[in-house]
Design a protein around this ligand. Structure first.
Ligand SMILES: Nc1ncnc2c1ncn2[C@@H]1O[C@H](COP(=O)(O)OP(=O)(O)OP(=O)(O)O)[C@@H](O)[C@H]1O
Ligand SMILES: [K+]
Ligand SMILES: [Mg+2]
Length: 702
């Protein structure tokens, strides 16, 4: 029975998706109308100076609004200026400026809306519960869940809400985690398992009972953190946002200076300008579009990640995704389907198929991994039966470090299976021999991308188990997209070199590291970081905490250990390692959106400068400057201001959804952006301002 070559179907050519919609959160649709209603109110609340000052560009507009308001109440306040009905013009400017600020607040409020709605939903699941606290003497006292401390032990039974985050120390039970994951299928929780021993406060146990050691202090549990995160309560500006805010503030100061120099010139050419018009000019020129949308873009990025059922601990983490150069991925389960099943046994050294099947079975009776269970099934199918006392035997659990698992029989004999080099080492240390036949069996399996496991009984190797694994359909495409974005992918696997190289080639990763143990992960990350790379990785929780902490972007699986979840800066509630690829795409899209809208905003301002400045001097017989043939100074300024205000709400959908995203390198993207958003940003205001000018002239406003 020889393993057959697996010829995977070539993946269908796919349309590019920035990320895989299948991952999108399967949650109840949020009430969009509710979000807008709330945002309308919040946009007013955000007018208070304490909040407003955090955004220097919009704060300047806010101050300008107050100045023009004063000039509306008393048009002579800043000295008399010529022109008809200054009160009407000042009033109109005040209203438009007010809405400019309000629109920016509204953009931010809408971006926050979905998270707030989600936080409310989470809060409603977080009702106060009674916990059954276990004393060291075994007695149970009922206490409110909020009084539990880290280190306490509690008893939970079917029907109970788990009172706080913890690790299962006794028992096995199924738990409904839909409150946090939105996934209604119950999850098995049991002690001693790396992936299933952590429980989350607020989830409900639906069968059996557990004893749980609490690992979180009151108010600091996973749900609490989740609420704070989706709500953006402790959202602080990312370094990039701060840098951009400073840049925009400086730009605004420059324009302030430009505007202040206008009155002397205007007076000189005999065309004096009022303070309100100057304020309007200033607002038209400073980068209000990006200033108004900046925080909405950042919040929406975090929100998009949350829609994928991934909880990011900070905006910074999402943004770091956009800068990622190196992606480190596991082979099994990430690049391959991961349900590695035993496909066949290859006897060597004169042993029979029955013998290999028997030894493989003996080595796997205690092995609870999917691989182990599939070996038991295949061996039993081939007629192998256990003929030793299992109860008196000792199971040797698989570990990624030893890369072996097996059984110590009651009579002291040892059966093992594992990576071929590990088993070679095992038999050599017992004065056994390896053979060329082993190597050819091993190569045959590996060359088909399978995982070969050697099986031995004491110091004698009986044969090789062929574990078949299949590269995920479509994954090659995703890696190709990542490459076009300038992201290098490295596959890290505990498997042997040949298997690793076959899978690496088939999947299209850029590089691979074989025979890696968990410590190698951290070494690879550090090496990349020393070369100045930003590294993202995902971890399934087995010893991954240090590597998750070391990586710039570490995504822990929700099924992972508490330590891994705390070390990571993101947690995937669906525990799907492939999502890392989506997250990196979302991060890139966030940066691209911000870049595109910044370019657009600044290009707009330049255009507005050329639209307005000539009109200011037009009355001084400089009509030649008025290339756009705008009706009057007032109508030109009002048109520019109206355009300037309306462009903010017009761009809210783009800011929230992100700009259309293509897998290109940053340089290509920059060129594209300058072309589309730069050129578009220069042309759009000319057209829009001319149109608005026509309308307000017809309406007779100015
Ligand atoms: N249940 C098991 N019993 C014995 N040996 C195993 C078992 N599972 C895996 N192995 C061997 O140990 C090696 C390392 O396993 P490990 O989980 O670290 O890596 P992997 O599953 O091959 O790849 P990845 O790092 O992508 O998950 C495997 O390649 C295989 O040879
Ligand atoms: K502006
Ligand atoms: Mg593995």
């Amino acid at each position: 029975m020889n393993p057959v070559a697996t010829t995977p179907k070539p993946p269908k050519p796919q349309r590019f998706r920035p990320y895989d919609r299948r991952h999108a959160r399967k949650q109840a649709k949020v009430n969009t109308k509710g979000i807008y209603q709330r945002a309308i109110k919040d946009a007013f609340v955000k007018l208070n100076p304490k909040d407003a000052v955090k955004n220097p560009v919009m704060f300047l507009v806010w101050v300008g609004t107050l100045v023009t308001l004063a000039a509306t109440i008393d048009p002579e306040l800043f000295g008399s200026v010529p022109g008809n009905n200054p009160r009407l013009i000042n009033g109109l400017i005040t209203v438009i400026l007010f809405f400019t600020v309000w629109f920016a607040n509204f953009a931010e409020a809408v971006a926050e809306g979905r998270g707030k709605a989600q936080a409310d939903a989470l809060r409603s699941t977080k009702s106060e519960t009674i916990a059954k606290k276990l004393s060291p003497d075994g007695t149970i006292t009922e206490v409110p869940s909020t009084s539990l401390q880290r280190g306490d032990t509690v008893y939970v039974v079917a029907g109970d809400i788990i009172p706080a985050d913890g690790e299962v120390i006794m028992g096995a039970a199924s738990v409904d985690e839909s409150a946090i994951t939105g996934e209604s299928a119950p999850v098995l929780k049991e002690t001693g398992s790396d992936v299933a021993s952590s429980v989350t406060g607020g989830t409900r146990i639906i069968s059996d009972e557990l004893i749980v050691r609490i690992t979180a202090d009151p108010g600091r549990g996973f749900i609490d953190r989740m609420i704070a995160l989706v709500e953006g309560a402790d959202r602080s500006k990312t370094p990039n946002e701060i840098a951009l805010t400073v840049l925009l503030a400086i730009l605004s100061l420059v324009f302030l200076f430009v505007v202040v120099t206008i009155p002397p010139i205007a007076n000189y050419v005999g065309s004096p300008v009022s303070v309100s018009i100057l304020v309007a000019l200033l607002v038209a020129l400073i980068p209000t579009t990006i200033g108004g949308l900046l925080s909405a873009i950042g919040i929406a990025g975090m929100d998009r990640v949350a829609q994928f059922n991934v909880i990011a601990t900070s905006g910074r983490a999402v943004e770091a995704c956009g800068d990622v150069n190196t992606l480190i991925l596991d082979k099994t389960g990430t690049i391959t389907l991961g349900n590695r099943l035993a496909e066949g046994f290859i006897p060597i050294n004169g042993h029979s198929m029955e013998q290999v099947a028997y030894v493989a079975l003996a080595a796997s009776v205690f092995d609870e991994t999917p691989e182990g269970k599939s070996i038991v099934r295949l061996a039993e199918k081939l007629g192998a039966r256990i003929n030793f006392d299992v109860d008196r035997s000792e199971g040797i659990e698989f570990s990624a470090k030893t890369r072996m698992s097996g059984t110590n029989l009651p009579n002291g004999q040892q059966v093992r299976k594992g990576a071929v080099d590990a088993i070679k080492g095992f038999v050599r240390s017992r004065n056994g021999n390896t053979s060329p036949e082993l190597d050819s069996a091993y190569e045959m399996v590996s060359q088909q991308g399978g995982t070969p496991l050697a099986v031995c009984f004491d110091n004698e190797i009986f044969g090789v188990i062929y574990l078949k694994d299949i590269v995920k359909p479509g994954i090659r495409d995703r890696f190709e997209q990542l490459r076009r974005m300038g992201v290098r992918t490295i596959m890290l696997t505990g498997d042997n070199r040949i298997t690793a190289s076959v899978i690496a080639k088939e999947a299209g990763v850029d590089d691979f590291i074989a025979e890696a143990n968990p410590e190698d992960k951290i070494a690879v990350i550090q090496k990349e970081q020393r070369e100045g790379k930003i590294v993202a990785m995902t971890g399934d929780g087995t010893n991954d905490a240090p590597a998750l902490a070391q990586a710039n972007v570490g995504v822990a699986m929700n099924t992972g250990t508490q330590a891994a979840k705390e070390a990571a800066n993101m947690v995937d509630l669906d525990s799907d390692p492939t999502k890392l690829i989506d997250i990196v795409s979302i991060g890139k899209q966030l940066l691209i959106t911000r870049g595109a809208l910044t370019t657009f905003s600044i290009a707009n301002d330049i255009a507005k400068y050329f639209a307005i400045i000539p009109v200011l001097f037009a009355s001084a017989n400089l009509q030649g400057l008025n290339i756009m043939r705008l009706t009057s100074t007032n109508s030109a300024v009002l048109s520019a201001l109206i355009y300037n205000a309306l462009i903010i709400p017009a761009l809210i959908p783009l800011a929230l959804k992100g700009v259309k995203f293509r897998p290109l390198t940053s340089n290509q993207l920059l060129q594209r952006n300058i072309l589309i958003y730069g050129l578009g940003g220069v042309i759009a205001p000319f057209i829009a301002i001319k149109l608005i000018d026509l309308i307000i002239t017809v309406v007779g406003l100015a």
